[in-house]
Design a binder for this molecule. Structure first.
Ligand code: NAP
Length: 248
């Protein structure tokens, strides 16, 4: 059996592309999803076809009980956990801050920040050498929005990713001595379904054309970077915030 990774939000988009690629490298992949079970099963099938092994795990990353249960299931099934791709994330329809209701703000930070912290905490507890683990790697999926701010659109989302950048820097320092590397990728405009969930399915194509590379990125291009950060080829990289944004 290869190394074991939990990928949150792996039923589609960047998470699915990571699962497929890690499968091709022989990893065992925990495929987390929240709503779309058939899509998660398809991800698992793609991991299998690529040469890896997958286990589908339903759970809301904003639920402590769900997060602990996912890690417990993986650990008891495979005896170890080597990596986390902290990928699940949401946007909401474009809006000015003055028009955002409290429920939207709460869910944004519950999923994108609290959920990412819960997953990072469980990974730290299980991978840290002084807690009985063997070390490992975490990649947090942030966003170029964290340095752009996304005015008139997603200041809440951008701020949630700012928290992920800061968590990455702090956790990398905390866990370096424990044999755990912690990095973040900051994707730019990537062609996935997240833009439709924010009410603008054409967003990546339209705005991507205005970037220095003149196009949106693909989920696979982000996944390649994440898989590199998880690999031994990145053995001296920790605390990095790596832009995968076509120069945006
Ligand atoms: P996506 O296509 O919308 O997929 C989101 C995934 O997250 C789905 O698998 C979804 O599962 C899952 N998910 C959502 N809420 C969840 C929750 N509470 N618990 C568990 N899973 C949950 O998104 P994507 O574009 O691949 O984005 C992945 C990550 O990249 C996000 O963190 C996003 O902020 C970041 N990012 C994306 C872009 C971009 O342009 N696409 C740019 C910068 C950063 P279900 O479908 O089963 O609900």
């Amino acid at each position: 059996m290869g190394k074991v990774v939990l990928i949150t939000g792996a039923s589609r988009g960047i998470g699915r592309a990571c699962a497929r690629l890690l499968g091709a490298h022989g990893w065992t992949v925990g495929v987390n999803y929240l709503h779309n079970e058939p899509a998660a099963e398809e991800t698992a099938a793609e991991v299998g076809r690529a040469g890896g092994h997958a286990r589908v795990l339903r759970g809301d990353v904003a639920s402590e009980a769900d997060v602990v249960a996912m890690f417990d299931t993986l650990e008891s099934a495979y005896g170890r956990i080597d990596a986390l791709v902290n990928n699940a994330g949401i946007v909401a329809p474009g809006s000015q801050v003055a028009d955002m209701d409290a429920a939207r703000l709460k869910r944004m930070f519950d999923v994108n920040v609290y959920g990412a912290f819960l997953c990072a905490r469980e990974a730290a507890r299980r991978m840290s050498k002084d807690r009985g683990g063997d070390g490992g790697a975490i990649v947090n999926v942030s966003s170029a929005a964290s340095r752009i701010g996304s005015p008139n659109e997603y200041v809440d989302y951008a701020s949630s990713k700012g928290a992920i950048d800061t968590m990455t820097i702090g956790l990398a320092k905390e866990l370096g001595p424990q044999g755990v590397r912690v990095n973040a990728v900051r994707p730019g405009l990537i062609d996935t379904e997240i833009h439709a969930s924010g009410g603008r399915p054409e967003r990546a194509a339209v705005l991507g054309a205005q970037t220095p590379l003149g196009r949106p990125g693909s989920a696979e291009e982000v996944a390649q970077t994440i898989v590199w950060l998880l690999s031994d080829a990145a053995s001296y990289v920790t605390g990095a915030l790596l832009d995968v944004s076509g120069g945006r």
